[in-house]
Design a protein around this ligand. Structure first.
Ligand SMILES: Nc1ncnc2c1ncn2[C@@H]1O[C@H](COP(=O)(O)OP(=O)(O)OP(=O)(O)O)[C@@H](O)[C@H]1O
Ligand SMILES: [Mg+2]
Length: 252
């Protein structure tokens, strides 16, 4: 069944060999929200979001994006989907030998046909969005992890995606940089109307910026709801996870 806008995962099954990682996962992501996917390591969070950009295809089930079923799209039809949904990978994938502005300029040259000079000028404007305008002429190795992450986010935003998928955006950042990245993700939604899907273990991000959260457990959706729903759930497995307790009913 389609949805007019937003994303629908419908009964997604994905196995690697004999191992069924996703065993019938269904939920919707609404346009404009900051949506978190949480769950233990290895539960299939990265696997799930890779389905949105055709890096993986489901064994069963459907994925709908703005009224189109994309889960059977070939490489050619995936092209526009990848412009609409940008992915920010966990590890910075910036080129060290190019300045920050040149890194952001790369997609502009490739997809918008701008010259090097035009694209770098535009890239410097784009660095404003992530509060990195001062650093356009610096090289990534000169910057800290948090700053590099913000440049990577600026690059993901260059083709003006409607959806941005963040895989562990604050993991390995110091707490101050992590909170800056959180603030930025919230701003993208509030000011540009970007829909963010954030895979995260970072409880402080989750309970600060999430509109809604889904927790995956043993191949299924364990709980889908708001921050309040998660704080007040009687579900012992969810409780153990969000309180980071070693003891409890959770089976890892
Ligand atoms: N391409 C692949 N081939 C085979 N197995 C894979 C592949 N990708 C993922 N898996 C397996 O699927 C399971 C889920 O992986 P996934 O990377 O989605 O976990 P995750 O929830 O993102 O965990 P983490 O929090 O550690 O990043 C893991 O057991 C992983 O080994
Ligand atoms: Mg992962």
């Amino acid at each position: 069944m389609s949805v007019e806008t937003g994303i629908r995962f419908q009964n997604i099954v994905k196995a690697f060999g004999p191992k069924r990682v996703l065993n019938g996962v269904s939920f919707d992501v609404h346009k404009g929200e900051v949506f978190f996917i949480i769950g233990a390591s290895g539960v299939g969070k990265s696997v799930l979001i890779k389905h949105l950009v055709g890096l993986l295809y489901p064994d069963e089930g459907e994925i709908w994006l703005d009224g189109e079923e994309i889960s059977k799209f070939d490489e050619v039809r995936m092209g526009p989907v990848r412009k609409k949904c940008a992915m920010v990978f966990q590890h910075s994938t910036l080129f060290d030998s190019m300045t920050c502005a040149e890194n952001v300029a790369l997609p502009l040259r490739k997809h918008k046909g701008l010259t090097l000079k035009e694209s770098v000028a535009e890239a410097k404007r784009r660095l404003h969005v992530v509060h990195m305008q001062e650093f356009g002429d610096r090289y990534p190795p000169e910057l800290g992890d948090g700053m590099r992450k913000r440049v990577a986010i600026a690059r993901a935003l260059t083709l003006e995606p409607e959806y941005v998928l963040f895989d562990e955006p604050t993991t390995s950042l110091d707490p101050v940089s992590a909170r800056r990245v959180d603030k930025l993700i919230r701003e993208l939604s509030d000011t540009l109307g970007v829909t963010s899907i954030v895979v995260s273990h970072d409880l402080s991000s989750i309970f600060t910026i999430a509109d809604r959260i889904v927790m995956l457990y043993k191949g299924h959706v364990r709980l889908l709801g708001t921050r309040d729903d998660f704080k007040h759930t009687p579900d012992g497995v969810v409780n153990q996870f969000i309180n980071g307790r070693a003891q409890g009913p959770m089976d890892l």
